[in-house]
Design a protein around this ligand. Structure first.
Ligand code: BT5
Length: 331
């Protein structure tokens, strides 16, 4: 259980125990059903226990799962999605990998069709924008990359980043009841601190997008953040004092991405811009410091243009249209 994709037989083992949660399932029956030896079943049960999955029992009597494990195994995630879901119809799971975005970008159309989702319990080299790092503590956060193959031109890429922000915003609000905010272009905040970052990457030709990878990292159950991040970052658990089933938050997120993706295809960019504007306190009238293309200045936000770029009225009176860059609130 280190770097390779998760053995689908482990997925089946957990699924079998979850399906039979009310009874003790005999070891030999498990071994037969998933096609491995009894000693392998025992070994895997031990590994799963080490990962915090509560399983009662022993090799002779059998095993019983005590509660739904908070591991984002494909069969458990799919069970939370509608039967005909596009996003998540194919799920690739790792206990540990370098970066789910790097994995997703390597998949061709056959192995990573539209809607494929790559998930890791832990990333050893999680990436932010511009070569920055994403802190990816094991089993505390959601580290997921969603592959889209939209019938759109590369010019639509920024709107897909905003779409991801809107989807996370909604999923976090629905799953936790916390009040979330979006800081342009892609940070989801709770109480002014970052709980989620989004890294959109793509493969494209001049006029055609081959693939867009929406990489989403959400801090869910971290009980504290590392010292260098705690001023700017937080988790859903820290802000609410509660523990959340990552499985539910992730399922909510995948449903939400699907919903907004269809909204984009049906109603166009304006619908995403509208949703983003409604969800973000940064859309209009926010006093901000801007860093973009080597420049730094302050100003007030003045809404999104139809492509998703952010309008800024600078303090020196000039107007700017931000397509990339960073903004921070001036208090
Ligand atoms: C982002 O970059 O916010 C995009 C992060 C995307 C992460 C996901 S996880 C799944 C997928 N696979 C990947 O490899 N990546 C994606 P950016 O706007 O550049 O912000 C990075 C900055 O946020 C860092 O320089 C830190 O200051 C801060 N940061 C790092 N880890 C954080 C965390 N876990 N929570 C909040 N802030 C963090």
């Amino acid at each position: 259980m280190t770097t390779g994709t998760t053995d689908h037989k482990i997925d089946r083992l957990v699924h079998l125990l979850v399906r039979n949660a009310t009874v003790v399932v005999p070891g030999p029956k498990i071994a037969e059903e998933i096609g491995v030896s009894r000693s392998t079943v025992w070994e895997w049960i031990e590994k799963l226990r080490a990962l915090g999955v509560a399983i009662k029992g022993h090799p002779r009597r059998g095993y019983q799962i005590e509660k739904l494990p908070d591991i984002l195994l494909p069969s458990l995630v799919r069970a939370e999605l509608p039967p005909h879901a596009e996003i998540g119809h194919r799920i690739i799971h790792y206990f540990r990998t370098d970066s789910t975005n790097s994995v997703a970008l390597q998949l061709d159309a056959q192995n990573g069709p539209h809607g494929t989702v790559v998930i890791a319990e832990e990333q050893t080299a999680g990436r932010g924008r511009l070569g920055r790092n994403w802190y990816s503590e094991r089993s505390s956060g959601i580290y997921v990359s969603i592959i889209l193959r939209p019938p759109l031109s590369p010019a639509a890429a920024p709107i897909l980043t905003l779409l991801a922000g809107v989807a996370v915003h909604r999923a976090v609000s629905t799953a936790t009841g916390l009040k979330a905010d979006i800081r342009w272009p892609n940070d989801v905040l709770v109480n002014g601190k970052k709980v989620c970052g989004i890294l959109t990457e793509m493969k494209a030709e001049v006029d055609r997008l081959h693939m867009v990878v929406l990489g989403i990292g959400i801090n869910v159950n971290h009980s504290s953040m590392p010292e260098d991040l705690c001023e700017i970052a937080t988790s859903l658990a820290i802000e609410s004092g509660r523990h959340f089933a990552r499985l539910h938050v992730l399922a909510e997120l995948l449903r939400s991405v699907e919903r907004y993706y269809h909204m984009l295809l049906k109603e166009g960019h304006a619908a995403v811009v509208r949703e983003w504007t409604a969800a973000s306190s940064y859309a209009e009238g926010k006093q901000v410091q801007v860093k973009a293309g080597g420049n730094e200045y302050s100003g007030v936000t003045a809404g999104l243009d139809p492509s998703g770029a952010l309008k800024i009225r600078r303090d020196d009176g000039r107007q700017e249209l931000l397509v990339a860059g960073e903004i921070t609130e001036l208090r």
